[in-house]
Write a protein that binds this ligand. Sequence first.
Ligand code: AMP
Ligand code: MG
Length: 401
Amino acid sequence: MSLMAPDEARRRILAAATRVTGSEAVPLSQARGRTLASDLVALRTHPPFAASAMDGYAVRAGDLSIGYPLRVIGEAAAGHPFSGTLGAGEAVRIFTGAMVPNGADTILIQENATRVDEHHLVPTQTEARGRFVRLAGLDFAEGDVLLPAGSVLDARRIGLAASMGHASLPVRQRPRVAILSTGDELALPGAELRSGQIVSSNAFALAAQVSAAGAEAIDLGIVPDTAGATRSAIEQASDVADIILTSGGASVGDHDFVQGALIAAGFAMGFWKVAVRPGKPLMFGTRGEVQCIGLPGNTVSSLVCTLLFVVPLIGKLLGRPGHADPGREPALLGRDLPANDLREEYMRASLHRTEAGLVATPFATQDSSIQRLLVEAEALLVRPAHAPAARAGEPCEIIRL
Ligand code: AMP
Ligand code: MG
């Protein structure tokens, strides 16, 4: 099979996901990062009554005349309404958040009033009718749909949902993502390394990445490089996951067992090579509703491929609109680049602002095993397949990290 274009690979992965996850209710305190499963309707009007926006006096604007006293007939504080009705020439002492009394239409702020005695004030300013009154429903009315299904719940949206009267919210269940780290050379962080071993880091990075994308990560540990172990790990993962991520063993070397194990476990192979750098050996297989993405073992490749192919899939299972959009933005190239080959390239780059615009400068080294540079990078610069040589200053596209 020839190399598949990354856009086509993503399209096929997304097309294979024909469902969204089920819904569940979570309390507001646990809603951050979750995805709304249905449109959210306001259960109440907010504010529920006309409220004062300032400390001062509730009055009738037509009664205000500089130097002419008004009679103070009572007080209204937040949570303590004035029960009477205000008539001509009258005022009610009022505080921020208090209900504006019947008969009043305006707040004269206390800075513009002189209290001449216990029962009288004299305005030092007039005021336009309605000034400093927040009318009932100024923010929203009962029945308004304010948060559409698919919204990702952040601080702003959780605050609004609370004001709308919801104590708990209907959200999509998190897709379960099982992570398998294949490789005889792998040892856990903190363990003694035998000769030839390296620390297995991918599962930790991938778990963090998929949780941030809205999934629940299930780390199924390190899998030895044998056909049997790889197959049984994949079968075990199929029982607990919506998505299986394998790291390593995705090529077709003598010690790469993922493809064979997937086929033996009954997966239909979609593709196994994508024209992308880093990350050419990228595998995709499906069995029923379980999707397996076989990531390359190199740390940078596995993270970049997860960003390009797995995060959109999680977004689709969560019913998030725009899930397929990797969020590219325009920038200017910070240095000359040679012509590209047939693989679309994602180059780790630094960003800086200039008068001409945002400049992205790819690092000289792009080895897919170098994690330090992935952390230093502020963006991935996207080099299309077959792009001709480019000069510093030419437009380019980036994905911010
Ligand atoms: P592979 O895709 O299995 O050929 O692995 C490619 C490279 O990635 C090798 O140098 C592996 O040692 C390394 N590698 C594989 N799995 C991991 C892992 N879980 N954490 C860190 N490096 C890994
Ligand atoms: Mg390996």
